[in-house]
Design a protein around this ligand. Structure first.
Ligand SMILES: Nc1nc2c(ncn2[C@@H]2O[C@H](COP(=O)(O)OP(=O)(O)O)[C@@H](O)[C@H]2O)c(=O)[nH]1
Ligand SMILES: [Mg+2]
Length: 402
């Protein structure tokens, strides 16, 4: 499985912990996930994507995921990062630690209070919708200045090479190694900024430009416009949207209320649904009914859903450009060795070919790869075949029965 790590970030009190709790509450009851090294701030969330079972006319028995009402829920890793404060890039408030923690993530969810009711340090203030944009710019700036500092300190120490575009890319990649930044992203940044080939001529401005360009490709950010249930949130949301940020409206609290109610067996609801159903009205206290009705009227009816599921799905499927592929052993029955129908779904980056995919399933499968079978069209696929979203494939290898 190709994993991507999504980090939740934002200033204090925007609702990061609430969102993290909601996202990592396993109400779809997936038992099996491949992540073994979970630390206290790492957890498992679940993507929701239409399953291929209906379209293929089969009833499936998922193993690495779950299928509910025709939707696959797929486990993914999340990390809850500490809150950021102004001056973080200079080390204030554990700033450097925070910024290096951010660097382990492949994508960031920046949680913002849409009602604009918090100052830059996260203290409650008279709501101002402009606070939403201040938050976004401030985080970008702190990160860029921190990264520029790393470039500035590291680039002079890089081994001296004859000035060239190639040596610039090499030096910058080395300086940024350890920050989960791919060489490809460094090359894109260099292409965009076009710095002098001789690194000793780089000004602070050039280094800040490079930091910004690297951040934009290597650490894509999605804005979670939280607290949309609050008064004034619509205006803050609009500000962010009009500034070009594609914010996703969410209410982390509403999602948490719903998931807790599901856990308690009181309501039926699946993350991403536009409504819920009370299954045990007699067990509900008046306060709980009120809270649920509030969720329905202020969030679900107004915004279509709590947005929390859509947020995570957007990060993976639209920002990180991942697709889903279903490997099967038997391309006729669509089963694994044990007879499970459509047992696994894999998340893979767009552009991956089927031989590389074989390597994901098992490194031996890549070495002994002969060809693959497209289980829908029942045709052979050569090793260069580039996988498409929702492909169902069977890998045929030497010494391995189809
Ligand atoms: N109205 C509303 N309040 C929220 C929402 N999400 C979080 N909060 C509240 O915001 C406060 C800060 O939340 P918390 O998750 O601790 O924020 P963190 O400091 O970013 O981790 C708490 O009082 C939460 O109950 C939401 O969607 N709507
Ligand atoms: Mg918190």
């Amino acid at each position: 499985m190709v994993t991507r790590l999504v980090g939740l970030t934002g200033k204090p009190n925007v609702g990061k912990s609430t969102l993290y709790s909601a996202l990592t509450m396993n109400i779809v009851k997936i038992a099996d996930y491949p992540f073994t090294t979970l630390t206290p701030n790492k957890g498992v969330g679940y993507l929701r994507k239409k399953c291929v079972c209906k379209n293929l006319g089969v009833v499936d028995n998922p193993v690495n995921s779950r299928c509910v009402n025709g939707f696959r829920f797929i486990p993914v890793e999340l990390v809850d990062l500490p809150g950021i404060v102004p001056g973080a890039h200079e080390g204030r408030g554990l700033g450097n630690q925070f910024l290096s923690e951010i660097s382990v993530a492949d994508a960031l969810v920046h949680v913002v209070d849409s009602s604009g009711g918090l100052d830059v340090e996260g203290r409650p203030v008279e709501p101002d919708p402009e606070n939403t944009l201040r938050d976004i710019r401030f985080l970008e700036e702190e990160y860029d200045r921190w990264l520029a500092g790393i470039i500035e300190r590291g680039i002079q120490k890089a081994p001296k090479a004859r000035p060239s575009r190639e040596s610039v890319e090499e030096a910058l990649s080395q300086v940024l190694s350890g920050l989960a930044i791919a060489r490809r992203d460094v090359e894109k940044a260099v292409e965009k900024v076009n710095p002098p080939d001789n690194v000793s001529q780089w000004s602070s401005g050039v280094m800040l430009e490079l930091a910004k360009a690297v951040r934009m490709t290597a650490k894509p950010m999605v804005i979670a416009a939280n607290k949309v249930d609050k008064k004034g949130a619509e205006e803050g949301f609009r500000r962010m949207r009009d500034a070009g940020y594609n914010p996703i409206p969410i209410s982390a609290e509403a999602e948490l209320v719903l998931r807790r109610a599901v856990e308690a067996g009181l309501v039926e609801y699946y993350p991403g649904d536009s409504d819920f159903r009370i299954v045990r009205p007699e067990a509900l206290k008046e306060k709980q009914v009120e809270a649920l009705e509030m969720v329905r009227s202020r969030v679900l009816k107004t915004w279509g859903s709590t947005g929390v599921q859509e947020l995570l799905d957007t990060v993976y499927f639209k920002v990180l450009n991942m697709i889903t592929v279903y490997p099967v052993e038997d391309p006729g029955k669509l089963t694994d060795k044990k007879g499970n129908v459509l047992p696994d779904v894999y998340l893979v980056p767009q552009g991956m070919n089927v031989k590389e995919f074989a390597g994901l399933i098992h490194s031996d499968l890549m070495k002994s790869f002969l060809y693959a079978v497209d289980a829908r069209r029942k045709i052979r696929l050569g090793e260069d075949y580039v996988l498409k979203d929702d492909d169902v494939v069977s890998i045929i290898a030497t010494g391995r029965r189809a």
